[in-house]
Design a protein around this ligand. Structure first.
Ligand code: PGA
Length: 251
């Protein structure tokens, strides 16, 4: 079965609830639900409820979760709490969280398992730093991150995941990976899943590219055989640029 492309905006720590509502209505007005790809946004916790209430066709994702269900974890948000709000996807392991909040591969594996148990699809982010890229360590980093972040998951569970390959040097820098690098790395993600599980799992898992994706370059990525979509930061903040991305990928 062909993989359905998935394009998700990552708002990061941006947007007040009124802005989120305005965005949702602005984008929803142009969607019919007949699009060939899944489109969505990942919103800060405070906006999730607003986004879900205003979503007709857009997926609403959270940007993080805690793997525990409840307890003395000040400031954290659990999967049941997200489930109650009606979210269907959740980003885990974003490089900003790995870098600033010490989100490890082990934590990603626990979060992924807990999300899948609630039928929320994890968008697992992986990717190398610029120094690792320059040192030719990309392959090793991707394999290590996948081995650690998928630990304990079954093939059936991994088949439901979205994995976002995001080279850190391309995030928010305007320096997007060229098409060949993005394709090669997304293929490496798929090949690694194949080696860890099997061909059917690798064929099912959706792999996104992320890092300075814009209306002007999205088409090139989407034309690559192993790229099933994109995770988009900056260009997902404005209705106009997000609609341009949708338009470029609708057919
Ligand atoms: P960017 O961010 O599109 O602004 O580079 C991507 C991301 O962090 O997911």
């Amino acid at each position: 079965m062909a993989r359905k492309p998935i394009i998700v905006g990552n708002w990061k720590m941006n947007k007040l609830r009124s802005e989120a509502e305005e965005f949702m209505n602005g984008v929803e007005a142009h969607l019919t639900g007949e699009e060939k790809a899944d489109y969505g946004i990942a919103a800060p916790y405070t906006c999730v409820d607003t986004c879900v209430k205003n979503a007709k066709h857009l997926i609403v994702a959270a940007e993080n979760c805690n793997e525990k269900d409840s307890g003395a974890y000040t400031g954290e948000v659990s999967v049941p709490m997200l489930e109650e709000l009606g979210i269907t996807y959740c980003i885990i392991g974003h490089s900003e969280r790995r870098t600033y909040y010490n989100e490890t591969n082990e934590a990603c594996a626990l979060k992924a398992k807990r999300l899948l148990d609630s039928n929320i699809i994890p968008i697992l982010c992986i990717g190398e730093t610029e120094a690792q890229y320059d040192a030719g360590e990309t392959e090793n980093v991707i394999k290590t991150q996948l081995n650690g972040s998928l630990a304990g998951l079954t093939g059936e569970e991994v088949a439901r995941l979205v994995i976002a390959y995001e080279p850190i040097w391309a995030i928010g820098t305007g320096k997007s990976a060229d098409e060949k690098t993005a394709q090669d790395c997304c293929k490496l993600v798929r090949d690694t899943v194949c080696a860890m599980y099997d061909e059917a799992t690798a064929e099912a898992v959706r792999v996104q590219y992320g890092g300075s994706v814009k209306p002007t370059n999205i088409k090139e990525y989407m034309a690559c055989p192993d790229i099933d979509g994109a995770l988009i930061g900056g260009a997902s903040l404005k209705v106009d640029s997000f609609l341009e991305i949708i338009d470029a990928t609708k057919e």
